[in-house]
Design a protein around this ligand. Structure first.
Ligand code: NAD
Length: 374
């Protein structure tokens, strides 16, 4: 699980990591690690993952992803990630004790702000806030903004869609939208897009695909899902298996479920003009390139789905919900525009343009730091 010293020193590059902190107290069953990748743009925000099987190398990769995501989102925050080893489903009292001990051990790491990730939730963030005062993704009772309930990421996806539609020669009004996954990201993206005049023609969940070319009533579908039903419980439309969402003839296709759902062997099924990646890494790199070569515009995940992290950064500053929505709108619109313009100019994949933009921002910020302060 843990890697040797040589590997740790081999792991970095020009951007980071700037700091790796191991936490260990065998008497308490406490074992964890924090990787702060880069803080040139400001204190790092990154999730705390609780899992029995994460390597230091993976933690460092996730920390780098946060550096680029926060930079691409235009936030004055660096990137980091922490991992606490253990089963996240352990008894609540044991989990609270471990989390509090981990946070306490990292109390002097002022450059790291904890956020929720796999295995941790808003209660975990509340315990950390109580312990050391530095966490985001809090319960509303202590100043948190419930981002999944209000649809922060879906709001951002919808703004990315408005900007990208112009680049793809589409009008959102009447555009046919298909969404894979009707959870926190997918259902709110559907709601905001429908309010702009787009037509939801298909949606899927783990149980199947609903296809209705005349348009699905989004509020009605949301009510069905809220009541515990499946998208296929909608009273009209064709009911198909869950993979059928890939074949739906549409203008905008939004993956909002799982990683790697579109791969080299099934990418040919997609019949769309524009893709907005609501989920994280929903396409393999090869599939994304193949789609690009077919002339389909793909707005990459860390540009399109940054609404959640922007909301968290705003929460940290004590912002209200409406201030958070305004910041998401402004940042996602300007970043999507910058990335798509540069991708068109340099004839490159939007993802490559986005990574270059994010890296350039970090590099410039590093130029303003004193030597040794990444
Ligand atoms: P969620 O659990 O609320 O919703 C996921 C939905 O996808 C569920 O309805 C589930 O039934 C469905 N699903 C799962 N596997 C599927 C499959 N194979 N086919 C069709 N549907 C399937 O999760 P979420 O918060 O909406 O997150 C979705 C994705 O977006 C994840 O990759 C997540 O990492 C990413 N993401 C989420 C946020 C956020 O703010 N919630 C922000 C950025 C990225």
């Amino acid at each position: 699980m843990m890697r040797g010293m040589v590997d740790i020193f081999d792991m970095g590059d020009r951007l980071g990591p700037t700091r790796i902190v191991h936490v260990s107290d065998p008497s308490q069953g406490l074992k964890g690690v924090l990787v702060i990748d880069n803080v040139a743009r400001g204190p790092a925000i990154g999730g705390l993952r609780m899992a029995p099987d994460v390597s230091l190398e993976e933690c460092a990769r996730l920390a780098r992803a946060m550096t680029l995501k926060n930079s691409a989102a235009g936030l004055a925050h660096g990137g980091a990630k922490s991992v606490l080893w253990g089963d996240p489903r352990m008894a609540r009292a044991d989990k609270e004790r471990l989390l509090r001990s981990f946070a306490h051990a990292l109390r002097n790491e002022q450059d790291y702000i904890f956020g929720p990730d796999m295995g941790t939730d808003e209660s975990c963030m509340a315990w950390i806030k109580d312990e050391i005062g530095r966490s985001v993704g809090l319960p509303a009772a202590i100043g948190g903004i419930p981002l999944d309930e209000i649809g922060a990421t879906g709001w951002g996806v919808h703004h990315a869609a408005e900007v990208a539609a112009a680049h793809a020669g589409l009008s959102l009004h009447g555009a046919r939208v298909a969404i894979q996954g009707f959870g926190a990201v997918g259902r709110h993206a559907a709601r905001f897009l429908a309010e702009t005049g787009a037509r939801l023609v298909a949606a899927s969940d783990t149980r199947g695909t609903l296809h209705l070319p005349d348009g699905i009533d989004v509020a009605r579908l949301m009510a069905i899902k809220k009541g515990g039903g499946a998208v296929t419980d909608y009273p009209s439309g064709q009911k198909q298996d869950r993979e059928s969402i890939l074949r739906v003839d549409c203008d905008i296709w939004i993956p909002a479920a799982r990683p790697d759902v579109v791969r080299e062997e099934n990418v040919h099924l997609l019949r769309t003009k524009l893709v907005l990646q609501g989920a994280n890494i929903p396409f393999t790199p090869g599939a994304e390139r193949m789609l690009h070569e077919r002339g389909v515009l793909v707005v990459p995940d860390f540009i399109a789905n940054a609404g959640g992290v922007i909301c968290a950064a705003m929460e940290y500053r004590g912002a209200t919900q409406s201030q958070a929505f305004a910041a998401i709108e402004e940042k996602i619109r300007s970043n999507t525009e910058a990335v798509l313009k540069e991708a068109a100019r340099a004839r490159q994949l939007p993802r490559d343009a986005a990574v270059a933009l994010a890296t350039a921002r970090v590099t410039e910020a590093m130029g303003y730091r004193r030597f040794g302060m990444m």
